[in-house]
Design a protein around this ligand. Structure first.
Ligand code: AMP
Length: 127
């Protein structure tokens, strides 16, 4: 089943300027802004400007230019927020939730860049 993109999702509205946002980075194909409900001192969302529902949708259907731009934007956010372990930062975690098991709330691809504190183990215990 092909993905069906809901153009009324909140990130689509941000991209169209219908909802205010404070971008921390904008590139040709990507936008990054602080999460409205931060879970860590650094919590930035990076989204592609194109209509992609989740990561696999983007990985399979986006152009090479979009993929390169998005990947570089994530790297730039790591640099801007000072979390790069190779540059003296303490590290970070990337999360891209997808679908019901991933508990994705907003159906527009977004990568969470989290850092600024010890983030704990990868997943909480099952059960
Ligand atoms: P997810 O569960 O991965 O879909 O997470 C969606 C994220 O979007 C949550 O962390 C929300 O806090 C965040 N979010 C929802 N609305 C906004 C908004 N208007 N601006 C910034 N972040 C938002």
């Amino acid at each position: 089943m092909a993905y069906s993109y809901d153009a009324q999702n909140i990130f689509a509205k941000i991209l169209r300027g219908e909802i205010p946002s404070a971008p921390v980075l904008e590139t040709e194909h990507s936008l990054a802004f602080n999460d409205i409900n931060p879970q860590a001192p650094v919590h930035v969302l990076v989204i592609p400007k194109g209509p992609y529902v989740c990561y696999d949708h983007f990985a399979m259907e986006a152009s090479e230019a979009e993929i390169v731009d998005f990947t570089r934007a994530v790297g730039e956010i790591c640099k801007m927020t000072g979390v790069q372990p190779g540059e003296g930062g303490n590290g970070f975690r990337l999360i891209a939730n997808a679908g019901p098991d991933g508990v994705q709330e907003v159906p527009h691809l977004h990568v969470h860049v989290l850092g600024g504190r010890v983030l704990g183990r990868m997943l909480p215990p099952a059960g």
